[in-house]
Structures are given as structure tokens and as C-alpha cells.
Write a protein that binds this ligand. Structure first.
Ligand code: PMP
Length: 355
């Protein structure tokens, strides 16, 4: 018999490309085009060499405390992990153990089904409506847990808080996870954070990778009732006590303290998003009403796969998902104003070349 019979084989998540060449305009992984505030890099530089000898704080106390104060919660309501991917992966392992299927949308972050398959958790996808919105009625009971991003990815569509609450209210017997990776780009009013007081089965997941320009440091977090967070902590400490490294812990605290810079950066990204959307429309694209740091756009005539390849040849990387219902769309992260101008010029010359 071969060893291969006893090995876990999985179909992995495929992350967006991280091309090494210089001069690429990278609009494919929803990174923030602006650097983090200098206070963040200074906090890392201040770490003394001898501090690296020691393991980092397994409790991530200072970062959890800073996040708790920022959101007006207790430290016991905050969990931190190595990016929100780590937080979500541990949440699957912790909360979805009933044997009943976990519900999430059919078009959504494509890591969800990968984690479900990895852990052997069964799941059921709920088709988005024709206009890509989530129908809360699809989530009325019968699940082993519920998970959806708000705004959703890759559509960028934001669900109103009242709709989010309908889903949570209908499911008191399971954990409901709202993945708010993109909520800072104009969706704050619809954030499920305001529901935390009323629902102890709600977990809100967030990340420093997009709005805080720190994808490279891998910092994500979850907010919820002390009981939920306690369960996550127990699983984390049964898996890896020291998930968060020292530079990430220090940088995370510094980032939280730089609120003015944070808000200025968000404004710039949002303004550029709206500008880009208008320009894309002039070129014959239709865009969803994205409230995130990316656009989801389809050209009325030219196939998305063709545009994707053409842009790539010109050194502009965007994301294309060759999947049912969305294979006519490009997901375009919002870069600097200059980068988006270059994208529009490139598309302009391609599209006028076709007519
Ligand atoms: N959730 C959603 C909806 C995402 O698009 C992403 C980014 N790929 C993540 C979570 C994970 O982000 P990170 O691990 O960088 O926090």
C-alpha cells in the first residue's frame, strides 16, 4: 500500500498573484495603495534586538486592549490572529461542529468552501439574487452556522444593517459570522458591531490588511461576546499559542492610534473609487455599487477574460474569476489616482482599438 492512501488531500485556495517585477500596477489583491502611517514603522524600529529573543505575548494583551478601547468593548471580547484568514480558519474549527451544513452565499470569498473542505464541515451555498444581493430569507434556520462578508466579495455590495440583523435574529442557536474585511470603505453605518450587545452568537471579523495598509504584517481580529471569544481563545491555545509575532503586535497598536491618517487614507481610496467608476462607465462598463476598495465591472461587449489578459500584458494586474455567474466580470482593486488613470488610459486604447 502507498502512503498516499493515508494523506489528507485538499484543493487549496489560490491567492492573487504577487508579481516580483518592478513597474507593475497591482490591482489584484485589494491591498491599500498608500503606506501605513510612519508611527507604525517607527514602532517596529523601536523594538530592541534583545526583545526578539523572547516569545511574544501569547495573550496579545496590548493589541487586544487597544482594539477593545477603540471599539468601546472589553478586552475579553477581542480575538486577534494572523490576518483575518487565520481568525476565520479558527472560527470554522471552533464554531461549526454541529454536523449540520454551514450556510454561505454562492458568490463570496472563495476561501470559505476551502476551509469547510479542509475540516470536513459540510456546507450549503445560498444563491445570491439576480442583482447579486443576499436574500436574508435564505438563512432562516436549519444550518450549523452562517457566514457572509459585508460588503460581500467580489461584488462589493453592502447589506443594510436591518437585513443583517434579520439573519442573526432568525438564528439564535448557531454562530453567525459577519466578515467585515471591507467595512471601513464607507460601510461603517451598516456594521454589525452595533448588534453585539444584543446577540451573544454574533462574531464580527475584521482585518488590518485593507483599510490599515498592513497586509504584509498579517493582523486580523474578531469581536464578539466574551463567551464566543473565550471558545476561540481555547482553540487557538490548542493550536499555536504564539500566532502573533512581536512586530505585528507593536505595529497593530500604533496603527490603531493613528486615526486621522487612517480616515484620510480611506477618503482618498473612496474618492478614487468613485472617479474610476465614472470613467469605467464612460468606456462601456457596468459596475456594481461597490462600497469596498475594489470595483466589480463588466464590459457590455468585450469579454472579461480578454480584458484581463490584455491588461496583464500591459503590466496592469486585476482579478478575474472564471466561475459561473461572474465570469463576465473583472475585480479591480483601487490603487492611487495615478494608477487608476493609467488603467483607464490602457482600457481606453484597447476598447477604441476594438471599435
Ligand atoms: N475576508 C475577505 C472577504 C477577503 O476578501 C479577504 C482578503 N483576501 C480576507 C477575509 C482575508 O484577509 P486577511 O487574511 O489579509 O485579513
Amino acid at each position: 500500500m502507498s502512503w498516499k492512501a493515508n494523506v489528507r488531500r485538499v484543493e487549496p485556495y489560490i491567492p492573487g498573484e504577487q508579481p516580483g517585477q518592478k513597474g507593475i500596477i497591482k490591482l489584484n489583491t485589494n491591498e491599500n495603495p498608500y503606506p501605513p502611517p510612519t508611527a507604525v514603522t517607527e514602532a517596529i524600529c523601536r523594538i530592541r534586538p534583545e526583545e526578539y529573543r523572547l516569545y511574544p505575548d501569547p495573550d496579545a494583551g496590548a493589541l487586544r486592549q487597544a482594539l477593545a478601547a477603540y471599539h468601546g468593548l472589553g478586552k475579553g471580547q477581542v480575538f486577534v490572529g494572523v490576518g483575518s484568514d487565520d481568525v476565520l480558519a479558527l472560527a470554522f474549527l471552533t464554531f461549526f461542529q454541529s454536523g449540520k451544513p454551514v450556510f454561505f452565499p454562492d458568490i463570496t470569498y472563495s476561501f470559505y468552501d476551502v476551509w469547510a473542505n479542509l475540516y470536513g464541515i459540510c456546507y450549503e451555498t445560498k444563491p445570491l439574487r439576480e442583482d447579486f444581493t443576499i436574500d436574508p430569507a435564505d438563512y432562516n434556520g436549519g444550518s450549523g452556522g452562517i457566514l457572509f462578508p459585508n460588503p460581500n466579495a467580489p461584488t462589493g455590495l453592502l447589506m443594510e444593517l436591518g437585513e443583517v440583523e434579520k439573519i442573526i435574529r432568525a438564528n439564535p442557536d448557531v454562530v453567525v459570522i459577519v466578515d467585515e474585511a471591507y467595512i471601513d470603505f464607507g460601510g461603517e453605518k451598516e456594521s454589525a458591531l452595533s448588534l453585539l450587545d444584543g446577540y451573544d452568537n454574533l462574531l464580527v471579523v475584521r482585518t488590518f490588511s485593507k483599510s490599515r495598509s498592513l497586509a504584509g504584517l498579517r493582523i486580523g481580529y474578531a469581536l464578539g461576546s466574551e463567551a464566543l471569544i473565550g471558545c476561540l481563545q481555547d482553540v487557538k491555545f490548542s493550536f499555536n499559542s504564539y500566532t502573533m509575532n512581536l512586530p505585528s503586535l507593536r505595529a497593530g497598536v500604533a496603527s490603531i492610534q493613528e486615526d486621522v491618517y487612517f480616515r484620510e487614507t480611506l477618503e482618498k481610496v473612496i474618492d478614487t473609487r468613485e472617479w474610476t467608476k465614472k470613467e469605467l462607465k464612460k468606456l462601456g462598463f457596468e459596475c456594481t455599487d461597490s462600497r469596498s476598495n475594489f470595483l466589480f465591472a463588466r464590459h457590455k461587449q468585450i469579454p472579461a477574460a480578454e480584458l484581463f489578459e490584455g491588461l496583464k500584458k500591459a503590466g496592469i494586474y486585476v482579478r478575474y474569476f472564471n466561475r459561473p455567474r461572474i465570469d463576465e466580470y473583472l475585480r479591480i482593486s483601487i490603487g492611487t489616482q495615478e494608477e487608476m488613470q493609467a488603467l483607464i488610459s490602457c482600457l481606453q486604447s484597447r476598447i477604441s482599438g476594438q471599435n
